[in-house]
Design a protein. Structure first.
Length: 159
């Protein structure tokens, strides 16, 4: 795992930056509402999309830590060889889910760029920019799935 500033990986920094931006944006919106009696319309649009991006990165971090839900009770009853097979199967299925999500999101991005050319309501920027987060940030999910599978397979090898 490549560490950046203060020993934290890139995914952790991106989540922290998204969270900090969301806090600052929400705080500024609250201040503008109570001081100027004027709400900033773009804040909701930005915070929702930052939240989605942060969630995608968080999914990858959770996979990497082995924090996804599993049926551990049944899994532990299997023999070691079958456990390894199931680790590979659920890793392929999890990666396959994100491949399908990425495929359809890339198709939606293409449609937005070529056909619909929709723009966001508050900031008037192309909505495909928001959509781009899923396929780009899925790299963290695929990395997390891979590392989780390799860690679990290595644990089974040692036993």
């Amino acid at each position: 795992m490549k560490k950046l500033l203060f020993g934290f990986p890139l995914g952790h920094w991106l989540v922290a930056i998204c969270m900090a931006a969301m806090v600052v944006i929400a705080f500024l919106n609250i201040l503008s509402r109570y001081i100027f009696h004027f709400s900033l319309a773009a804040t909701e649009e930005i915070t929702i999309n930052l939240f989605v991006w942060m969630t995608i990165i968080g999914i990858g971090i959770a996979f990497e830590r082995g924090g996804h839900m599993g049926m551990v009770t049944f899994f532990n009853m299997f023999p070691r060889a079958l456990q390894k097979v199931w680790i590979i199967i659920y890793s392929v299925l999890a990666a396959g889910l994100f491949v399908v999500l990425d495929y359809y999101m890339i198709q939606a991005i293409y449609d937005e760029i070529t056909l619909f050319q929709a723009r966001s309501a508050a900031l008037n920027i192309p909505v495909w920019i928001y959509y781009l987060g899923l396929p780009v940030l899925s790299v963290f999910v695929f990395k997390g799935i891979y590392r989780d599978a390799m860690t679990k397979l290595a644990e089974r090898k040692e036993d």
